[in-house]
Design a protein around this ligand. Structure first.
Ligand SMILES: Nc1ncnc2c1ncn2[C@@H]1O[C@H](COP(=O)(O)OP(=O)(O)OP(=O)(O)O)[C@@H](O)[C@H]1O
Ligand SMILES: [Mg+2]
Length: 468
């Protein structure tokens, strides 16, 4: 994780360049904000407290890469990250639905990150323990008479009365292990390690995931109750027959569960979210008081709810309390109808870094089609290749698509690069339909091909409006 924070702004921009064309100003601002958190962590504690993140407001027309930028950023930084649509807090039925949920989601995300890392750390240990257990199952010892069960205590009685399985204090039965058995277990372990027994079947006891006795329910109290309940009830075990390779996986999971400490994970995750978390608030322009629809939660109200979180306050989560002061907020919106100044002043003030994203040009479209690692053309080429249909695009064909996209954007709504998606779909519609029937074909998409498929639609105003 450390490596990620050490990226210089230039390196971060370079990474983003692999997926997003242009929008250099936005990339730069984000890169600086990220690096500043790393810088802050090098300061002494007193100074650290003083340096709060400079939140970013991204302003730009629809379909030019705002959300895409956030998405890529999340994948890139491995910092806890959540994206919320500001509009969801205005939906009817959301009254009182606390905007704090975005912070809780952030903590959830941090838990996942830390848990994954911790589980990775103990993997070798868990794997060895799993092999030991499996070898024991595959080559059992000589059973001894089981010591008589003592009278059930109150606790056990309670479970019994509730119709729940008894906690198994010791799953291990007492057994004698002769030298011979030990030897043969050692051999089994070696074979398991080499994967020689993978396809054999073995019967093991597996912890069952407890069905939730409290029923569904999504609110915070319910969730706390649920997790309390889960930790109280013993895990029920059932006997299952599995392939050895699957059994190993199950056992590794169980052993890992024993090795990682849930409290440690919670603590670390809270800290991580607090210092490195990023919350992306999309569509923030839609919660300005302009064009308020009736029957919705007051938009200004939503802004007021968001404010304390952005300013820094404490939010309680089921893992503990988290302070939001140092979470980085990136807000984004098209601001067609409204302007940033339509936001309540306090909130405006919390987003001091404003970056504008530009309209995309014809050249940008050409690049978006071809350059990014996951470029649209590459995607369709790969899709059709699965049918053994190989398509290539000529430069002229690509240019033609960009020209059409620009034209349609100018004359109808400007939906930015999203236009390319509809154009591609229309262009390749027939091919995508027929591909399964013509394996082994090579097809070159030429300018002529593009014209043929799209010209009629582009020329006809009404068709254009509905189809592209
Ligand atoms: N600069 C860009 N580089 C590469 N692809 C882009 C770019 N801009 C847009 N796209 C493509 O267009 C799609 C839509 O972009 P995105 O979701 O980022 O729009 P947006 O700016 O968030 O718009 P909105 O304001 O409507 O939410 C993306 O999935 C991506 O494929
Ligand atoms: Mg968006």
């Amino acid at each position: 994780m450390k490596e990620q924070h050490n990226r210089t702004p230039r390196e971060i921009v370079k990474e983003l360049d692999r997926y997003i064309i242009g929008q250099d100003a936005a990339k730069k601002a984000i890169a600086v904000a990220l690096r500043n958190r790393y810088r802050r962590q090098q300061l002494d504690t007193d100074m650290q407290k003083e340096v709060t993140p400079k939140n970013i407001l991204m302003i730009g027309p629809t379909g030019v890469g705002k959300t895409e930028l956030a998405r890529r950023l999340a994948l890139l930084v491995e910092a806890p990250f959540v994206k919320v649509e500001a509009t969801k807090f205005t939906e009817v039925g959301y009254v009182g639905r606390d905007v704090e949920s975005m912070v809780r989601d952030l903590v959830e995300n941090a838990i996942q990150i830390v848990e994954k890392q911790k589980r990775g750390d103990v993997y070798t240990k868990a794997y060895e323990a799993a092999l030991q257990r499996l070898a024991k199952i595959m080559k059992p010892g000589i059973k001894k008479a089981k010591p008589k069960q003592e009278g059930m205590n109150d606790w056990q009685n309670m479970f019994k009365n509730l119709g729940m399985p008894l906690p198994e204090n010791q799953e291990e039965e007492t057994e004698d292990v002769t030298a011979e058995i030990a030897q043969s277990r050692a051999e089994i372990i070696e074979q398991l390690r080499k994967g020689l027994l993978n396809k054999r079947e073995v019967s093991i006891k597996v912890e069952e995931k407890q069905a939730n006795p409290l029923g569904g329910g999504n609110n915070e109290q319910m969730m706390m109750l649920q997790s309390a309940f889960e930790s109280m009830t013993p895990k029920k075990k059932t006997q299952r027959t599995l392939l050895v390779e699957d059994a190993i996986e199950v056992l590794v999971q169980e052993e890992t569960d024993k090795l990682v400490n849930k409290d440690d994970i919670s603590q670390e995750a809270l800290k991580l979210a607090e210092t490195n978390g990023i919350i992306f608030i999309d569509e923030i322009d839609k919660i300005t008081s302009k064009s308020q629809n009736t029957g919705e939660v007051s938009r200004e109200g939503v802004q007021r709810d968001i404010l304390p979180i952005v300013e820094g306050s404490q939010v309680s989560t089921k893992y503990g309390a988290i302070q939001t002061d140092h979470i980085l907020f990136i807000a984004s919106g098209a601001f067609h109808v409204s302007k940033p100044s339509d936001l309540i002043p306090e909130l405006q003030g919390r987003f001091p870094i404003r970056v504008e994203l530009n309209d995309l040009t014809e050249d940008d479209f050409v690049r978006i089609l071809t350059e990014p690692n996951n470029a649209m053309l590459k995607q369709y080429i790969a899709l059709l290749a699965t049918e053994d249909v190989n398509i290539t695009f000529t430069q002229e064909a690509i240019r033609k698509m960009a020209v059409i996209a620009t034209e349609v954007n100018q004359e109808n709504d400007n939906i930015g690069a999203r236009r390319l998606h509809t154009i591609m779909e229309k262009l390749l519609e027939d091919l995508l339909f027929e591909a399964s029937e013509i394996p082994g074909t090579d097809i070159t998409i030429t300018e002529h091909y593009v014209d043929e498929k799209l010209e009629k639609i582009v020329e006809n105003k009404d068709l254009r409006r509905y189809i592209l």
